[in-house]
Design a protein around this ligand. Sequence first.
Ligand code: ZN
Length: 149
Amino acid sequence: MSDLNDLYQEIIIDHNKHPCNCHSMADCTSKAEGYNPLCGDQIEVFVKKEGDLLTDVSFVAQGCAISKASASLMTTYTRGKAILDVEKLAHEVSELLTSVDEPVIQDDHFGDLVALIGVRKFPARVKCATLAWHALEACLHGENKVSTE
Ligand code: ZN
């Protein structure tokens, strides 16, 4: 398992150092702020919706490596997708991180998102990893603030 953990760690470190879609969006259709008081992570997620599509998504964040890496991964896996699929993925990722049973990963369904599973071993950090996803869901539901508490 240790090789796999190293790989997971590398993905997190890489996304933290070189986050994707890390900028504000002046012409977004909605945005939401997320706050994780446990760790002090703050995030703002911006989305652009056109019909049933999430045509663009970006974020700005101040927080730990896990919260930023998770946000970066989130944008790369949701940008340009159908909103229904995005909602499904957000739900699946949250299950992945919080389910009582060890998750079973099939094929390549989650791609690099599996790196977030490493966080399961550190329950205090799970909220760091889910923050961006909660903020994204808030955006999609027309809410503008979300807290992990
Ligand atoms: Zn954090």
